[in-house]
Write a protein that binds this ligand. Structure first.
Ligand code: M5T
Ligand code: MG
Length: 575
C-alpha cells in the first residue's frame, strides 16, 4: 500500500525527488572513490616517500569530499522538504475527506482512530519517505560499487564477501520478518490509548460522580502497558540487531586484516590496498545495514499507509450530484415523503414511512418518547443522512438532486446536543453567519432569551470547546441564538427547550414567529407544554406516525398522545 500512496503524493514533488536522486548518486560515487585514492597515496606516496604525490592526490581527495558534502546537504534539504510536504498533503487529504464523511462513515472509523491516522500514521509514512530518499539510492550503488572497487583492490580477499554479505542479509531478513506484525499491533494500540484518553477527558464528570477513577486508571494502565509491551518487543529486536551487525563487521575486519597480512607478506598485495579494502568492506556492510533498516521501517509505514488509504478510499455516503439542480428563489417547502430509515446492520428500521410537510409560517411539532426516532427524522432534513426508502424533498425536488450546501443554507438547525465551538460568545454565534453585526447578535440573543446572562458576561466572554463552561440551559439558548441568526426557510429545534424552565420556554416560543420571520418551524420535544400551540402535532412511536392533528384533536382521539399528556400532568400535579 505504501507505493501507490507515495506515488500519488510524491507526484507534485517529482522534480525535487529527481534532483535528490542525482545528488545522492554523485555523493555515493564520491564516497566510493575516496578509499582508492587513499590506497594510491599509501602505495605510491607514503611507501615511496613522494611528498608531491601525497599533496596532489590529497588535494583531489579534499575536493571530492567537498563535492560529497555539498551533495549531501542538498539532498537532505530537498529530501526533507519533499517528505514533509508529503506529510502535510496527506494530513490535508485525510482531513478534507473526513469533512465530507457523513455520520455513518465517520463512526465506522471512530474519532480516535481518525486522529491517529492523520497524525501518527502520516508521520510514519513521512519518515520512511525521508529515509527512502537516502537509502534507496545510496544502498544499491554503494553495495555494487563497493564490491567492484573491492575486487579491483584485491580479488583474493573478496572471497570473504561471499561469506559476510549473505550472513548479514539473512540475519537482517530474519529480524525484519519478525518485526513486521509487531508494527501493526503498535498502531492499533496507539488507537486504543487515544480512545481511552478521549473518553476519560470528555467523561471526566461521570467518572468522578460514580467514583470510577480507579477502574478508569486501570483501563488506561492496561492500554498503556500493552503499547509498552509491544514497543519493548520491537526494542529487543532492535537491541539484538545492532550488536550483531557490529560483531559481523568487526569479525570480518579481523578476517580481512588476518588474511591480508598473509598476502602482503607473500607480496601478493600492497599495504594501501588492504586499507582500501577495509574501507570498502565497511561501506558494503553499511549499505546492507541500511537496506535492512528499510526492510524494517517499510512494513510499519505500509501498515500506516494502508490505514491512511482506508480513509482516503472511503467514499462519503452523501455526495454532491454531478449536476445539481437549483433550488428556486423564495421559501421552499421541505417535506418527507414516505421516508424510512434504518441504521447499517440493524434489523429493524428506525423510521417507517414518514410523511411530513413543513410550510412557511406554520409550526409543526414532533412528540414521542425517547428512542422514538425524532432525532433521526431531524437528521434527514438537512441531508445528514439519506432515507433508505421514500424521499426528502425541498420545493418539490428530491434533495439528492441538490447541492447539499445549498439545501443546508436553507435550513437552520439547533441540534439536540448543543455543541458550541471554542472562542468567544460572539464568534460562536457568528459560526452560522460570519457577517452578522453586533445588533443582529443581540436580537438573536433576545429572541433566544439569552441576552440577560450574556449582557453580564459580554459578547467577548470565553467559550470553551463544546461550550463546557456554560450551564445546559445557557448552552441551549446560545445554540438557539446561533440558529436564529441564520436566515432560513426552515428552523428545526431538536429537543432544544428541554433545559429551559416553563416560563422561559413559553416566552421563547412566543417570540419565534417574529424571530424566524415567518419561516417554517419544526419543534421536536418530549414536553407537551412546549408543543401544544403547534399548528400540527405529529405523534411518533417506535418510528411510526401514530397520530397527527392539533392538541385538541389529538387529546380527543389519540391514545398515545393522551398517555403522554396524562403522564406529564401527573408529574406536574404531584410536584
Ligand atoms: C432512534 C437507534 C436508537 C433509537 C433509534 C443515533 C443512533 C440511533 N440508533 C441507532 O441504532 N444507531 C445510532 O447511531 O435509533 O434514535 P433517535 O432518533 O436518536 O431517538 P430520539 O431522538 O427520538 O430520542 P431522544 O432520546 O432524543 O428523545 O432506538 O437506538
Ligand atoms: Mg433525539
Amino acid at each position: 500500500m505504501l507505493l501507490p500512496v507515495l506515488r500519488r503524493f510524491l507526484r507534485p514533488y517529482r522534480r525535487d525527488v529527481l534532483i535528490v536522486v542525482v545528488l545522492q548518486f554523485v555523493q555515493t560515487l564520491a564516497a566510493l572513490s575516496l578509499p582508492s585514492l587513499n590506497a594510491d597515496i599509501i602505495n605510491d606516496g607514503v611507501v615511496v616517500g613522494d611528498i608531491g604525490y601525497i599533496l596532489r592526490v590529497g588535494g583531489v581527495m579534499l575536493l571530492i569530499s567537498g563535492v560529497q558534502v555539498a551533495c549531501a546537504i542538498g539532498a537532505v534539504y530537498l529530501g526533507a522538504r519533499a517528505a514533509m510536504s508529503v506529510g502535510r498533503d496527506l494530513r490535508h487529504a485525510v482531513f478534507s475527506r473526513v469533512q465530507r464523511f457523513s455520520v455513518a462513515e465517520a463512526s465506522r472509523f471512530g474519532a480516535p482512530s481518525l486522529i491517529t491516522r492523520s497524525t501518527n500514521d502520516v508521520q510514519q509514512v513521512q519518515m520512511v519517505t525521508l529515509m527512502t530518499f537516502t537509502i534507496i539510492v545510496m544502498a544499491p550503488i554503494m553495495m555494487v560499487g563497493g564490491v567492484i572497487m573491492a575486487l579491483r583492490q584485491d580479488v583474493g580477499l573478496s572471497a570473504l564477501l561471499l561469506v559476510v554479505v549473505p550472513l548479514l542479509l539473512g540475519l537482517m531478513g530474519l529480524i525484519a520478518t519478525r518485526m513486521g506484525p509487531l508494527f501493526r499491533l503498535i498502531q492499533e494500540r496507539i488507537d486504543r490509548i487515544n480512545r481511552v484518553m478521549r473518553e476519560q477527558i470528555t467523561g471526566v464528570r461521570v467518572i468522578r460522580a460514580f467514583n470510577r477513577q480507579e477502574s478508569e486508571r486501570e483501563r488506561f494502565a492496561r492500554a498503556n502497558t500493552e503499547l509498552f509491551d509491544t514497543s519493548l518487543r520491537v526494542g529487543y529486536f532492535m537491541a539484538l540487531m545492532f550488536p550483531t551487525v557490529m560483531l559481523i563487521m568487526n569479525a570480518s575486519s579481523v578476517a580481512v586484516v588476518w588474511f591480508g597480512a598473509g598476502r602482503i607478506d607473500s607480496g601478493a598485495m600492497e599495504v594501501g590496498s588492504l586499507v582500501a579494502f577495509l574501507n570498502y568492506l565497511m561501506q558494503i556492510l553499511m549499505s546492507v545495514l541500511m537496506a535492512s533498516m528499510m526492510f524494517m521501517l517499510v512494513p510499519r509505514a505500509s501498515v500506516s499507509a494502508e490505514r491512511i488509504d482506508a480513509v482516503l478510499a472511503t467514499e462519503p455516503g452523501i455526495v454532491r450530484p454531478a449536476q445539481p439542480r437549483e433550488l428556486p428563489a423564495g421559501r421552499a417547502v421541505i417535506e418527507l415523503d414516505g421516508a424510512s430509515f434504518g441504521f447499517e446492520g440493524a434489523a429493524e428500521p428506525v423510521l417507517h414511512d414518514i410523511s411530513l410537510r413543513l410550510e412557511p409560517g406554520r409550526t409543526t411539532a414532533v412528540i414521542g418518547s425517547t428512542g422514538a426516532g425524532k432525532t433521526t427524522l431531524v437528521n434527514l432534513l438537512p441531508r445528514l443522512i439519506d432515507p433508505t426508502a421514500g424521499a426528502v424533498r425541498a420545493a418539490g425536488i428530491d434533495v439528492r438532486e441538490l447541492d447539499p450546501a445549498e439545501l443546508r443554507a436553507r435550513i437552520s438547525l439547533v441540534p439536540q446536543r448543543a455543541y458550541l465551538f471554542s472562542g468567544t460568545i460572539a464568534s460562536t454565534l457568528r459560526f452560522s453567519r460570519p457577517e452578522a453585526t453586533d445588533e443582529e447578535l443581540w436580537a438573536a440573543l433576545d429572541a433566544a432569551q439569552a441576552s440577560e446572562f450574556v449582557r453580564e458576561l459580554g459578547l467577548d466572554a470565553r467559550v470553551e470547546q463544546g461550550g463546557s463552561n456554560f450551564s445546559g440551559g445557557q448552552r441551549q439558548r446560545l445554540a438557539i441564538a446561533r440558529a436564529l441568526l441564520k436566515p432560513a426557510d426552515l428552523y428545526v429545534f431538536d429537543d432544544s427547550f428541554s433545559a429551559l424552565d416553563y416560563a422561559t420556554d413559553a416566552r421563547l416560543r412566543a417570540g419565534l414567529p417574529t424571530a424566524t420571520a415567518g419561516a417554517a418551524v419544526l419543534i421536536v420535544a418530549q414536553r407537551v407544554a412546549t408543543i401544544r400551540d403547534a399548528d400540527e402535532i405529529v405523534v411518533l412511536d417506535e418510528g411510526r406516525v401514530v397520530g397527527r392533528g392539533t392538541h385538541g384533536e389529538l387529546m380527543a382521539s389519540n391514545e398515545t398522545y393522551q398517555e403522554i399528556v396524562l403522564s406529564q400532568l401527573s408529574v406536574q400535579e404531584a410536584a
